[in-house]
Design a protein around this ligand. Structure first.
Ligand SMILES: NC(=O)c1ccc[n+]([C@@H]2O[C@H](COP(=O)([O-])OP(=O)(O)OC[C@H]3O[C@@H](n4cnc5c(N)ncnc54)[C@H](OP(=O)(O)O)[C@@H]3O)[C@@H](O)[C@H]2O)c1
Length: 271
């Protein structure tokens, strides 16, 4: 991969591991081009064993030979990690953070140096190469930095460059969103079970249907309302189902879920 010869993944938890796996599978980096850290020894041992990448508990050592530093710790751990790496970081290194809530200015301020910072918000479907990642850049990052960061996330799905002011909304919609969809999917499958379908068949029907509906929106570019109208035959059965959804307040509930999660996404870290 161009311009990404050595990557340090600081905090190789669920998301860090997902990204490492994806980069290895896409052959964008070899195992010896990555170094991963975690807080506890069992975690680094597990990562080293399963993914074959070098690991360490020492964040400073990990970033020393890295061109790109991918911060994958929880928002609450970020301040300490930034303080730890500050003395050894250089402004020729690119910092990419996937921590929810942590703004590029928060990271720049805590590093106390003109380091290029890109903030990214991926989601767990990156694990199956169907991720959605939004990226934005800090004041010292150039278009080239953004391009380098984007390469990582393009290996695991789609990506978008956005203005940082939208990042909490992105967190609430596409990063938290898989959880909402799993609930919807599970509930639809329960509906199938209620009307007599075996559970495994109901779950497969609901899952492939969700995948297909999302694909229709992305690939046709049609407004979801138009696609919905195409399914809804006058006096048919779909309109009876829709009536139940409207009575149950599905739309307003989903809108409120995104609004409330956006509010919370802004509060996960203190400035
Ligand atoms: N999960 C998602 O759907 C999702 C989506 C988008 C963005 N994110 C963001 O991704 C980040 C990670 O989330 P996650 O779900 O992957 O969390 P996680 O599984 O808890 O991973 C966090 C990792 O950070 C390590 N860690 C903690 N303190 C450290 C330190 N001082 N130095 C080095 N490593 C340290 C932990 O090590 P140990 O395992 O040894 O304790 C753990 O492996 C969060 O900031 C979150 O906002 C998550």
């Amino acid at each position: 991969m161009q311009n990404l010869s050595k990557l340090a993944v600081i905090g190789a938890g669920k998301m860090g591991e997902t990204l490492i796996k994806a980069l290895l599978e896409a052959k964008m980096l070899a195992a010896d081009g990555i170094v991963a850290t975690a807080k506890h020894a069992p975690r680094v041992e597990d990562i080293a064993k399963r993914l074959g990448v070098p690991t360490t508990l020492d964040n400073r050592a990990a970033i020393q030979s890295a061109d790109v530093i991918l911060l994958c710790v929880k928002p609450q751990a970020l301040r300490d990690v930034l303080a730890e790496i500050k003395p050894v970081i250089g402004n020729d290194q690119l910092v990419i953070s996937i921590a929810a809530s942590a703004t590029t200015s928060f990271i720049e301020r805590h590093l106390e140096m003109a380091v290029p910072v890109v903030r990214a918000m991926p989601n767990t479907p990156t694990l199956v190469n169907a991720g959605m990642t939004a990226l934005c850049r800090g004041v010292h990052a150039t278009d080239e930095h953004l391009k380098r960061a984007r390469q990582i996330f393009d290996a695991v799905g789609r990506s978008l460059i956005i203005d940082e002011k939208y990042m909490d909304a992105v967190t609430a919609l596409s990063a938290s969103g898989p959880a909402y969809i799993y609930i919807i999917l599970e509930a639809l499958a329960e509906g199938g079970v209620k009307v007599g379908l075996p559970r495994h068949i109901a779950t497969e029907l609901a899952s492939q249907m969700c995948l297909g509906a999302a694909k229709m929106v992305l690939e046709t570019g049609a407004h979801p309302a138009l696609l919905k109208d195409a399914v809804t035959t006058p006096a048919g059965c779909t309109i009876d189902g829709i009536l139940q959804l409207e009575e149950g307040g599905l739309r307003v509930t989903l809108i409120k879920a995104v609004v409330e999660a956006t509010r919370r996404a802004a509060q996960l870290i203190e400035s």
